[in-house]
Design a protein around this ligand. Sequence first.
Ligand code: AMP
Length: 429
Amino acid sequence: MELRAVRGMNDILPEEVERWHKLEGAFRLHAELHGYAEVRTPLLEPTELFRHQMGETTDVVEKEMYSFERHGDQLTVRPEGTAGAARAYVEHAVHAKEPITRWYYLGAMFRGERPAKGRYRQFYQAGCELFGDPGPLCDAETIDLIAGFLERIGVGDFVVHVNSLGSAGTRERYREALLAHYTPRKDRLSEDSQRRLEKNPLRILDSKDPRDHEVSRDAPSILDLLDDADRAHWDGVLRCLDVLGVNYVVDPSLVRGLDYYTRTLFEVKATSGDLGSQSTLGGGGRYDNMIAGLGGPSVPAIGFAMGMERLLTLMPGDTSRRRPGCFLAPLGQVGADRALLLAKQLRALGVSVELDGRGGRLKSMLRRADALGARLCVILGDAEMERGVLQIKDLAAHVQEEIPLDGAARVLADRALESSPGGGQRGAR
Ligand code: AMP
């Protein structure tokens, strides 16, 4: 029987994980510099949470969720992070503890989409959620956070698309305007959009079907329908983005796939690289009604998520590997016993060690030490053990010397740590 990974779900092998760590580390640092703290919520949430918050007629909820029943509960493996974070915010009454909350998360999300390059069924997102600040300044800061992050990891070619969906009153007027636009053109829409027309015509703007694109080309713009308060907020966001020097375009066709958004929306798209149609690196927006919708008080919120696989495709830099500080090559039983202890002592001193316990020939062990990029190879032959010494081979300097067994761990640790900053654990990048 040949078993393979589930379609659209990838193994990430150790040689790739190094780059993941780099990306995750950069994100943690960047988010923390902006005052965000990490939150971890469960992978499983009540199905109702997503159905309610993301919207019944969204692609994710209609077709893509991994949902099942267990012990009488309807559960869904999270397709995104915002709804779970908002649920946790309400459940723990965080609003009562602090007026403004900034949370970030990193983790796997699951959507049964058609797999393609840059689109998977299990994928990883890094995201931020900010609760408690309705002002345009924080919308602009959130967008600038993403732009700054991309620059930090060396992704320079991107553009930020921004739009405003207004608040509920504006959206209702926009719904009417869209209905008036699409109804006479209904026959030219995709089947999905024909079905959604009455219930949620905004979704048609977001459709991936080329037939819908065609009909949407001259659809009315929501920016023409904003009421005074929405307009003032929107103008404020653009002004702050200008202050921050963010490179953005106003894109009235941007509606994004979920129902929970209000006012500011944004998406960041790569303008080079080979992501093809999956060039959206991240996106988000304001969701001022979600917390109240979950039974909490009226707390405004804004957030975004970025796709880690897509970022990794564009992030420059080689895969670097871990290199042991010391490679131990025992040649007989006495040497092997001694090597066991020596390895333990060296690790306690902060040196990474690989012990070759295969008992093979010295030549093949040296070849292995070289392939791993070890700093030092320590040869523990039985004859040397009898004399109370061991051999150290500095693989970079190509020199070999003999040192006493007594106190060898300290000597080796000093050498390994001095020749390789960081404990000999990481190679040159
Ligand atoms: P969304 O939650 O749909 O706004 O997605 C935010 C970001 O997550 C997108 O811009 C993508 O970079 C990434 N993303 C969304 N869906 C997938 C997927 N199926 N596979 C890989 N990345 C994804």
